[in-house]
Design a protein around this ligand. Structure first.
Ligand SMILES: [Zn+2]
Length: 220
C-alpha cells in the first residue's frame, strides 16, 4: 500500500501495525457471529495530524480479511490509499474519533444488539447495572455502576445519522458505546485492544440482559 501523505514510512508502519490488529479482531468477531454477511466495520487511527484512519473496506467478508481489504481515509472520509470502496458508515467512525478522542472504533451487528436496540429505541437507550463485567469498561471500578447505552433511530442517510451521533456524543461524553435501532453497536477505545475489550464486554452484557428478558417472556 502506498500512503500519499507527508508522514510516508512511519504511516506505512503504523498502517501495518494497526491493520494487522484489525484483521485479527475482524476474524475473531466473525467467528463469534458479530460480523456476518459482510456487516460491520473496524477502524484505527494511524496518524493524528493530519488525521489518517485505517478502516475496513465496504462489503468484505470479515472472516477472510487481509491488509488489502483495508483502506486509509482522512478526517473528511476521503480515501487516501487502498483499492476498496469506503463504507458509508465511515462518517460515524470519524464522528466518534473526533468527539471521543478514540484511537479505534469497532461496529458490530450481533443478534442481541439488533434485538435490544429495537426494543429500547422508545426509551432512548438501555441501562446496564450491577454486573461485575461492567468493570471491563474504561474507568469503571465497581459492579455498582449504571452504564447508559443510548439507542439512535437507524437511517440510510449517513449525514443525518452523523449529526444525530455527534449530538449524542456531545451530550453524553461519559458513554462507552451506542446502538442504532435494529442495526448494531458502535464502541471504541484508545487502542484497538481496548475497543476489542469494550465490544466483548458490551456484547456479553447485552446477551445477559437479553436472555434475562427472554426468561420473563418480555423480549418482543
Ligand atoms: Zn452497520
Amino acid at each position: 500500500m502506498e500512503l500519499k501523505n507527508n508522514s510516508g514510512e512511519d504511516s506505512l508502519k503504523e498502517f501495518r501495525h494497526f491493520g494487522q490488529q484489525i484483521v485479527e479482531t475482524a476474524s475473531l468477531f466473525y467467528s463469534r457471529g458479530w460480523l456476518f454477511g459482510t456487516s460491520g466495520n473496524l477502524s484505527a487511527v494511524i496518524n493524528e495530524s493530519p488525521l489518517r484512519i485505517a478502516i475496513t473496506g465496504s462489503g468484505l467478508h470479515k472472516g477472510k480479511l487481509d491488509l488489502s481489504g483495508l483502506i486509509v481515509i482522512d478526517g473528511e472520509g476521503s480515501v487516501i490509499s487502498g483499492d476498496r470502496k469506503v463504507s458509508s458508515e465511515a462518517d460515524l467512525h470519524i464522528a466518534v474519533i473526533k468527539h471521543m478522542h478514540a484511537g479505534s472504533v469497532f461496529h458490530t451487528h450481533s443478534v442481541w444488539s439488533t434485538m435490544l436496540s429495537r426494543r429500547y429505541l422508545k426509551d432512548g437507550g438501555i441501562v446496564l447495572h450491577g454486573y461485575e463485567m461492567l468493570k471491563g469498561l474504561d474507568n469503571v471500578r465497581t459492579h455498582d455502576h449504571s452504564e447508559w447505552i443510548p439507542v439512535i433511530e437507524n437511517s440510510q442517510d449517513m449525514k443525518t445519522l452523523s449529526v444525530r451521533v455527534t449530538g449524542l456524543l456531545k451530550e453524553h461524553p461519559e458513554i462507552h458505546g451506542f446502538m442504532l435501532s435494529g442495526h448494531g453497536l458502535y464502541t471504541w477505545g484508545k487502542t484497538p485492544a481496548e475497543a476489542e475489550r469494550h465490544v466483548e464486554v458490551i456484547e456479553f452484557l447485552l446477551e445477559v440482559h437479553g436472555r434475562t428478558l427472554a426468561g420473563t417472556g418480555n423480549i418482543s
